[in-house]
Design a protein around this ligand. Sequence first.
Ligand SMILES: Nc1ncnc2c1ncn2[C@@H]1O[C@H](COP(=O)(O)OP(=O)(O)OP(=O)(O)O)[C@@H](O)[C@H]1O
Ligand SMILES: [Mg+2]
Length: 226
Amino acid sequence: MTTIPVIELTDVTKIYPLPSGDVLALDHLSLRIDSGEFVAIMGPSGSGKSTLLNQIGGLDVPTTGTLKITGKNIRKMSDTDLTNLRLNAIGYIFQKFNLIPLLSAYENVEYPYILKHRCNDSTGRVSRLLEDVGIDRRMAKHKPAELSGGQQQRVAIARALVNDPAILLCDEPTGNLDTKTGGQIMDMLTDLHQQGRTVIIVTHDPHVGEQAERVIRIKDGRVEEA
Ligand SMILES: Nc1ncnc2c1ncn2[C@@H]1O[C@H](COP(=O)(O)OP(=O)(O)OP(=O)(O)O)[C@@H](O)[C@H]1O
Ligand SMILES: [Mg+2]
């Protein structure tokens, strides 16, 4: 039986048109990631890692080539379908946390829940997730600026999990953290993988890369063959 890959890129290019000339950020890149994999994407600065993750997350569309997420060609999806896919199937953890500054930690985690369910969380899910990532009730009332980097990243992880996504995308999730806090975040991501999620991490850090099952190396917008 052949399984449908969770992510499949075929001959994908991404060009950023700039006044000074086009930037070819992804150069005829093909790859597939299967359900339940734990993959690290590594490569030098500017090699196209974030661009690739944005495509995988459906935040941006390829200039040419085909991208399928859970078997669906994103070019053939309506805006509503794509929004729903992002809301239901994908959790995104950004390098710089990207929490909403005016909302408390609790409200930040609840926000995607409200977008999906069109109501506040009365099930206790938001509180449970915050507890799971080590944010207590008192801290949950704090705004992001009143939390440390590690605490903000924990909140960002809880937010990424609130709609129970099958795919977790993480762009340098430990990049702004000290070694110990970074290690705790990695332990959390490893647990989430063991629970059956597909986890894709962009990282510069060889120690982080070692914890993944597979490393995809990117250079100049292409996959480097091992
Ligand atoms: N919005 C944009 N507009 C124009 N060029 C861009 C844009 N985003 C990225 N680029 C360019 O595309 C290339 C790939 O950038 P990308 O951010 O994907 O690299 P990266 O591998 O994530 O780098 P880093 O490790 O520094 O985060 C770079 O040359 C970058 O300058
Ligand atoms: Mg990047």
